[in-house]
Design a protein around this ligand. Structure first.
Ligand code: S3P
Length: 449
């Protein structure tokens, strides 16, 4: 068997990926020298479909991320009576206005998608019908009280309101009349903020949200493009009622969270130069870029522009000698989904890196603090798991072994990056989960070497 490359073996429902080390002997001239593009932004794709469904008229979306999570959003809105046609990355949504939904005949199933669940709960709280919501086993573990609490203050009612019931999916939303609220978020969460903003479209009076730290603001940007009246003053986000939203044409940039795996690979694999084109660089999402730069990464933006109100650029990285850093405070929500691949990168920096203030990672598709620490330790990395992050001592030589994704897409992709610099062969089990956010991940991965 050719020991350089990547192999996928179908084994029942599981797939294993075997990656071999990329050593200087096997590739003397250097490794990655490529320009690639990655699919559309997941957060923006969800919102584009949702807001188009709420608008009057037909919206056209280009660059849509056709992944498991975003397809769950499309399915839910179809069940609410919205006509949605899709051809690859092109989506056409025939919006029926803020009050055009029909009561779904069926339970709405969000699959693995936390964003679908949190945001749709905000929309459905103010309807004049009841909705049942569920999702997969991972979704059924993810906390919902953070969404229920503010919406309840607005007048929303949920089947889980009784204390003894678990505050997770499945649950029923009893459509109710809503009023505006002033609410301080206890944790920085764009999903919770967005759920409240969406409920505010159905509320009487204004809604004010106070954010403890800035989180991704795609909802504010895109809803305003559709005709909402949302303003940000300091850490307060104020939504004034509007009568209607109007259909838009939207071009979605590539997802910085997907680009991050390749940027990390370009930085840590020797003799590499890699460009990812057309990446969304909204400052509420670029914590990972700031972290890489603070580590001494050779990284540049080119071709900077604005598309659909969102800043976009091509990003080029070259292999770099990385220094350790401490991640804490406001940067954490700005790179919350990139911390698993940051941990891999930190394991390649000489010295101690520390991740603090990141307890939210426990509530993602898996407990990412525990899972990343455990799996990277299997490769030989020196990582201590803490209550709100990790302490990583680099740079230890990693050695290939059998790893587990724990059904978490970002863990599977982060471990793929780690395996590329490990000596020998690694097997990553249960890699189908990459379809949640990045179905073409392994196709692109194979092409860069
Ligand atoms: C998202 C917000 C983040 C992120 C998730 C997508 C969004 O979650 O982890 O993948 O689209 O609003 P939180 O806002 O709950 O941290």
């Amino acid at each position: 068997m050719d020991l350089f490359g990547l192999y996928e073996i179908a084994a029942g429902e599981r797939r294993m990926v075997i990656l071999n080390s990329f050593s200087t002997q096997s590739r003397p001239g250097g490794y990655i020298h490529k320009t690639i593009s990655v699919p559309g932004d997941k957060s923006i794709s969800h919102r584009a479909v949702m807001f188009s469904a709420l608008a009057d008229g037909t919206s056209e979306i280009n660059g849509f991320l056709a992944s498991g999570d975003c397809l769950s959003t499309i399915e839910c809105f179809r069940k609410l009576g919205i006509k949605i046609a899709r051809d690859g990355e092109y989506v056409r949504v025939e919006g029926k206005g803020l009050n055009g939904f029909i009561a779904p005949a069926d339970i709405l199933d969000v699959g693995n998608s936390g964003t679908t669940l949190r945001l749709i709960t905000g929309i459905l709280a103010g309807q004049n019908f009841n909705t049942h919501l569920t999702g997969d086993t991972s979704i059924q573990r993810r906390p919902m009280e953070r969404v229920f609490a503010p919406l309840r203050q607005m007048g929303a009612k949920f089947s889980n309101d009784l204390n003894q019931m678990p505050k997770t999916a499945p649950f029923t939303i009893f459509g109710s009349d809503l009023t505006g609220v002033a609410y301080t978020l206890p944790v920085a969460s764009a999903q919770v903020k967005s759920a409240i903003l969406l409920a505010s479209l159905y509320a009487e009076g204004k809604t004010v949200i106070v954010e403890p730290q800035p989180t991704r603001d795609h909802t504010e940007i895109m809803l305003n493009n559709f005709g909402a009246n949302i303003v940000k003053i300091g850490n307060r986000i104020i939504s004034h009622p509007v009568k209607k939203l109007t259909a838009q044409n939207i071009t979605i940039p590539s997802d910085i969270s997907s680009a991050a795996f390749f940027l990390a690979a370009g930085l840590i694999i020797p003799n590499s130069e890699l460009t990812v084109t057309n990446v969304g660089i909204n400052p509420t999402r670029t914590g990972i870029i700031d972290a890489f730069r603070a580590m001494g990464a050779r990284l540049i933006y080119s071709n900077e522009r604005i598309e659909a109100g969102e800043p976009v650029a091509d990003i080029t990285v070259c292999s770099s000698e990385l220094s350790p850093i401490t991640l804490e405070g406001d940067i954490i929500p700005r790179m919350i989904d990139e911390i698993p691949v940051f941990a891999v990168t930190a394991a390649c920096a000489k010295g101690r890196s520390v991740i603090k203030d990141a307890a939210e990672l426990k509530y993602k598709e898996s407990d990412r603090i525990s899972v990343m620490s455990k799996e990277l330790r299997k490769l030989g990395a020196s990582i201590l798991e803490t209550d709100d992050g990790m302490i990583i001592d680099g740079r230890v030589t990693l050695r290939g072994t059998t790893l587990q994704s724990h059904g978490d897409h970002r863990v599977a992709m982060s471990l793929t990056v780690a395996s590329a610099i490990a000596e020998g062969v690694s097997v990553i089990e249960d890699t189908d989960c990459v379809n949640i956010s990045f179905p073409t991940f392994f196709d692109i991965w194979k092409k860069i070497f």
